[in-house]
Design a protein around this ligand. Structure first.
Ligand SMILES: Cc1cc2nc3c(=O)[nH]c(=O)nc-3n(C[C@H](O)[C@H](O)[C@H](O)COP(=O)(O)OP(=O)(O)OC[C@H]3O[C@@H](n4cnc5c(N)ncnc54)[C@H](O)[C@@H]3O)c2cc1C
Length: 294
């Protein structure tokens, strides 16, 4: 792995949008799918666990940190190519807001509802991220995944089961690149739509705060996780500096020096309050790395 950039004892709080988390043993920053393959092969040979990181916008890392190697796609793996047939190929680490702006500049429509999600294409394809009725899976033609042995396989979208905030791939591994197809549009109309949807988002959700977005998945049924937490009196409730936002109860924010343990305690309080009041058991949407006591 001599050619790949690697850092050691990396503070995960600097790589997660909630700004929490102990150190990762090592973090690799591949510049190409070939370098991802190189990292996977080397780490497999060394018998080390590998974790995949995008923008860390849906992630809680424990205060004790994470063992093994984290592959960070956001730093260098972010090329986007516009093909003459109208399709777009994006590497896993490209941020959705950037992809949306590049599409708008090229007069392509489709990304507008996703333009306010602060994650990477790879993270979004893993979570099937969505907003305003659009999910990324609907725009996807194919995804390239590097498996544990480092082999890169192209999977057609129809072979991927895109569900609510989840995607099931026929192979396990790291998303390195994907092909998308968008509709035609005009720059003005696409930018106008993006502005309008992002204003809606700002009106409803905390903006510019340290958060990992939705804490719990919306359960089946009419009432969302935010409404249930609010009804259970959890809006604005805190453990240390970890608080359920006053603006949207399902958004958990770090008001300063919150720890992962604070977050977990608050999540447990929220879950228990909702189940006692309504019988609905909320399930976390946020992914968690490391060991937790609560
Ligand atoms: C303010 C805010 C608003 C948000 N709004 C929305 C919203 O409207 N809709 C929505 O769906 N989500 C939303 N989110 C959550 C989050 O942005 C999405 O889930 C996003 O898709 C996560 O992408 P990421 O790159 O940050 O992934 P990360 O948080 O880095 O990782 C999330 C999971 O994906 C895996 N992963 C990441 N990259 C790869 C890869 N290349 N290959 C394989 N696995 C990978 C990780 O291992 C982890 O399990 C919001 C978050 C914030 C902070």
């Amino acid at each position: 792995m001599r050619s790949v950039e690697v850092s050691f004892h990396v503070k995960m709080r600097d790589y997660t949008t909630i700004g929490i988390g102990g150190a990762a043993d090592r973090m690799a920053f591949p510049r190409s799918p070939a370098e991802v393959r190189e990292v996977l092969t080397a780490e497999r040979r060394a018998g080390r666990t590998v974790h995949f990181l995008g923008a860390g916008s849906n992630l809680l890392v424990s205060d004790g940190g994470v063992a093994g190697t984290v592959i960070c796609t956001k730093k260098h793996l972010s090329k986007v190519v516009f093909l003459s047939d109208g399709s777009v190929v994006a590497e896993a680490g490209v941020m959705l807001p950037r992809l949306a702006v590049l599409c708008a500049l090229s007069g392509l429509s489709g990304m507008e509802p996703l333009s306010g999600i602060p994650g990477t294409a790879g993270g979004a394809l893993t979570m099937n991220a969505g907003a305003f009725g659009r999910r990324i899976g609907e725009l996807t033609e194919w995804v390239e995944v590097a498996d544990g042995a480092g082999e890169i396989l192209r999977i057609e979208a129809r072979a991927i089961r895109f569900g609510y905030r989840e995607a099931e791939y026929p192979v396990r591994g790291v998303v390195v690149r994907a092909g998308f197809r968008f509709a035609g549009g005009t720059r003005e109309a696409v930018f106008g739509q993006m502005r309008q949807l992002n204003e809606k988002r700002r009106a409803k959700q905390p903006w510019g705060e340290k958060t990992f977005g939705s804490t719990f998945r919306n359960p089946a049924g009419a009432e969302g996780a935010g409404a249930l937490l609010e009804r259970a009196g959890m809006k604005g409730r805190c453990e240390g500096d970890a608080c359920f936002s006053e603006k949207h109860a399902n958004f958990l924010v770090n008001r300063g020096r919150a720890t992962a343990a604070d977050v977990r305690r608050l999540m447990a309080r929220g879950r228990d309050a909702v189940v006692v009041l309504t019988g609905v058991l909320l399930v976390p949407e946020v992914k968690m790395w490391g060991d937790f006591d609560v």
